[in-house]
Design a protein around this ligand. Sequence first.
Ligand code: OGA
Ligand code: NI
Length: 350
Amino acid sequence: MSLQVPNVQELALTCNRPDQQIPDRYIRPEAGTEEVICGQGINTAIPVIDLAKLLNPQSSQEECAKLRSACQHWGFFQLVNHGVPDDVISDVRRDLTEFFKLPLEAKEAYAKPPDKYEGYGQHFVVSEKQKLDWGDLLHLRLRPTESRDLRFWPAHPSSFRNSMERYSLETAKVARCLLEFLAMDMGVDPESLLEVFRGQPQNMRVNYYPPCRQTGKVLGLSPHCDATSLTLLLHVNDVQGLQIRKDGKWLTIEALDGAFVVNVGDMLEILSNGRYRSVEHRAVVHPEKERISAAVFHQACRDATVGPLPELVTKDGGRPVYKSMAYEDFMKRFFSAKLDGRANVEGMKI
Ligand code: OGA
Ligand code: NI
């Protein structure tokens, strides 16, 4: 499925020496040439949504309008007051950081087999000629709990599994809550949307981006859209690097400490029949510091169909904007191609 490629954390140890060069397969001409704008300005920062305000009857309507606008126009927002306890977040941060500090052999005990999605390694490498991302990842299936394959769950640090378990439960609650508000916003029965996500299937992709002395020449993660419904991204350390496509330019995101950066994935764009947007994004790397981020993806259940919700198609005059496809086929299609901007979701358009 994905070809085996070198471990980037190890590669960076040698490549960052002054007398060394980065291998050609990592050099990305577009990394330094496309225009990047700073996302901290009043008109350029992504919206901030307050979950406590959404849940408070006094402010809910106003906050829900902001949520709708964020999903329609930006595809991204930061979520604050999300209710996930601080210690749950700090434990996950600590344990993920510790994992990547382990020697290579210890991490490779959890190596991703070529024919599996889970484990430590890389994804989306489909050709020997393809340019490569400057990063390694640890990919785990978190929910439903019976789908967990503990062979890939690090046993060190010893608190790792417990920390993930708690984090998974808390983030699943947040995602469910957001989906309920989105269902209300679209005017569909929340149960019909939640049914697609029965059992709340969830997986996690932890990204480890080593520093790169020639930072403008590499990309940590190629431009892509997330295939799934809602993604909750946590900055594990305080190094920024996420950029989103906005009006043809790259906009840098400055994550608020402890907030989730949430985005709409392809599946939610499709289910919403195009109301919400799955926006292209990428990650750049820091010249001196490592960066670690953890994305939790919310998938559909195995027997679901990925397609516009029938209620919405009716509202839209009987016109579905996207094809419908069995969930498993949809994911296979995503994982068998390289990451390529909006190609996955565009390919679903009728
Ligand atoms: C992802 C992702 C961005 C980041 O894992 O899908 O987009 O900043 N990560 O690491
Ligand atoms: Ni992503």
